[in-house]
Design a protein around this ligand. Structure first.
Ligand code: SF4
Ligand code: SF4
Length: 145
């Protein structure tokens, strides 16, 4: 792990119960601040966990993770170079994939039902819908066409 003594620019939250222990995020993380835990999750996998410091908020772990809801990355956004940001605390900005954004936008727009079938590329939308309580209340997985 290399933090260079600089303050963390990001924060990563690992959801151990959604993790399949594939290790992709660990391989991909540039500062090497992730590892596999010693314990097992309910699937029987060693879940990835954050070492607790050194995250840059780059989001690479989030984008390589095949499990929706497995990783949340918050990128701290502020520009100390801008006079209007002087003395302000960095605001966290959550990274979001396109399919996840579609579901969130639909829920915010009033959508309360989702009909789909679990085949790529729509499967990620169905998985994201299942993670949102408002959408999952009426989520219907249909048969193939
Ligand atoms: S956001 Fe980047 S630095 Fe932070 S844990 Fe993920 S890959 Fe590592
Ligand atoms: S990439 Fe996702 S599923 Fe794989 S170890 Fe990391 S958090 Fe777990």
């Amino acid at each position: 792990m290399a933090t260079d003594g600089k303050p963390d620019r990001g924060k990563v939250e690992m959801n151990a119960e959604e993790c399949k222990g594939c290790g992709l995020c660990i391989e991909a993380c540039p500062p090497k601040v992730l590892r596999l835990a010693d314990h097992l999750n309910h699937y029987g996998y060693h879940p990835a966990e954050y070492l607790g410091a050194g995250c840059t908020g780059c989001g690479i772990c989030f984008f390589v993770c095949p499990e929706p809801g497995g990783i949340t990355v918050l990128r701290l956004v502020c520009s100390p170079r801008l006079p209007e940001d002087a003395g302000r605390q960095a605001m966290p900005k959550q990274l979001c994939k396109g399919n996840e954004a579609i579901v969130k936008a639909a829920v915010l727009a009033g959508c309360r039902a989702y009909y789909g079938y679990p085949i790529t590329p729509a499967s990620e939308i169905a998985e994201a819908a299942a993670l949102l309580p408002a959408a999952s209340r009426r989520r219907v997985l249909t048969g193939r066409e």
